[in-house]
Design a binder for this molecule. Sequence first.
Ligand code: ZN
Length: 221
Amino acid sequence: MAEIPGSTDEWIVLTAHYDSTSLSHGAYDNMTGCIGLLGIMDELSASAPNRYGLRFVFCGSEERGLLGSKAYVAAHKEELDKVVLNVNLDMIGSIMGKFIAVASAEEKLVNYLSYISMEIGWGIEGRQGVYSSDSTPFADAGVPAVSFARIAGGTTAPIHNRYDTKAVVSAPQCKDDIDFLAYFCDRMANSVVCPVSREIPEKVKEDLDYYLNRKRRPANR
Ligand SMILES: [Zn+2]
């Protein structure tokens, strides 16, 4: 973990996982996410102290069932009411692929991301829901969370096999992705009040129940 303390006692927790699957080199999934955290840390330390503190958590054993982030959330239960947002990075900087955001939070966050992206000429595809990564234990504990990724399907940027090497990663694309993420984090970290409301919508809670196998998804969904 690494921290950039803010001028308040509230925090944004940023996560990325550093493990990979067996047989994979793990360059894209998910060393790029870890590089993303370091890049955001670098950019946001320049404006420190930001209003909200930033805590960077490098999670282990994501691929084995989000074990690192589940352990973090369990060990920090008492402090979670001071965490206004979780920002999770899963695979950025691929040579090809689209940049996506999945908000386990109010729909307004999806619209906000779409608006600020248009203002600065950034391509993003956002949706509300559950993303299979370290944002999920936070959302399940009531902390609004958003996962970002640049994804390319099929054989373009493969994951979980031996073709996940640095050959599928582009340094300039990593830089652009980090710049966007730092821009978003800067806006959140320096807002007078974090604009993301502290509630997990019923629809997202239901998706969490399905994702975490507490309920069976109806056959027609
Ligand atoms: Zn992964």
